[in-house]
Design a protein around this ligand. Structure first.
Ligand SMILES: Cc1ncc(COP(=O)(O)OP(=O)(O)O)c(N)n1
Ligand SMILES: Cc1ncsc1CCOP(=O)(O)O
Ligand SMILES: [Mg+2]
Length: 219
């Protein structure tokens, strides 16, 4: 099965650990970038106060930008605005797209969690989402999984919509091939990178090698 016509090679969408110390995280993020291509970094701190999120963004966003990667904030459009991030990722309980768009404008990216639902994805697209995210595809140690996504969701979406789609949930270099072949535009990954035995650079390198091996552009 080749990738759907017109889809580019999928790229890595790196999600930070949900708790971090900015200077240590900066070193690890630099290491990750030394391993190869990363399209986007999402700052996903959980339970942190606003100033902690903003301080982490001030430390990490310049590193992403130095490597031509976008830097998005998870959950909070207001904090994305406050630190002039490149966008926000909204779950189904993180506020509506229109409010985020009014805050951020049209030059910023708004992504939306759509679980395993093309209906949610069509709704998000109709409301102006810049990408939709489907997941979880595999068991995750990072987040308790409430929705199991299916490859068919990616396959159908990538055939019928030009809105970029992100796959998320327990993704590794070993299991990402089917997601690539199904048409995911981005692979959102956290634990495999930050927990890799050989470090973040080796994880990013292994992921890009696996993506290259699985991506078969339509002739
Ligand atoms: C790229 C991407 N996809 C999905 C999620 C999950 O968002 P959400 O459902 O709001 O859960 P939390 O991440 O907020 O726990 C995401 N963060 N990024
Ligand atoms: C935030 C999120 N949403 C669905 S699964 C997940 C966790 C992604 O992290 P990992 O790549 O470690 O499973
Ligand atoms: Mg959320």
């Amino acid at each position: 099965m080749t990738n759907p016509p017109g889809r580019d090679r999928p790229r890595i969408y790196l999600i930070t650990p949900d708790h971090l110390e900015p200077d240590a995280a900066a070193q690890k993020l630099e290491a990750a970038f030394s391993g190869g291509d990363i399209a986007c970094v999402q700052l996903r701190l959980k339970g942190a106060d606003d100033e902690t999120v903003l301080a982490a963004a001030r430390r990490l966003m310049p590193i992403a930008h130095a490597h031509d990667a976008a830097f998005l904030i998870n959950d909070r459009a207001d904090l994305a605005k406050a630190c002039d991030a490149d966008g926000v990722h909204l779950g189904q309980k993180d506020g509506d797209i229109a409010t985020a768009r009014n805050l951020l404008g049209f030059n910023k990216d708004i992504g939306v969690t759509c679980h395993n639902s093309r209906h949610l994805a069509f709704d998000a697209g109709d409301q102006g989402a810049d990408y939709v995210a489907f997941g979880a595809f595999f068991p995750s140690d990072t987040k308790k999984i409430e929705h199991q996504a299916e490859l068919e969701t990616l396959e159908i979406w990538s055939e019928i919509s030009e809105i970029p789609c992100v796959a998320i949930g327990g993704i590794t270099a070993t299991n990402c091939g089917d997601l690539v072949r199904a048409g995911a535009d981005f692979l959102a990954i956290s634990g495999y990178v930050w927990g890799h035995a050989d470090g973040p650079a080796a994880a990013i390198s292994a992921l890009n090698t696996a993506i290259d091996a699985a991506f078969q552009p339509a002739s």
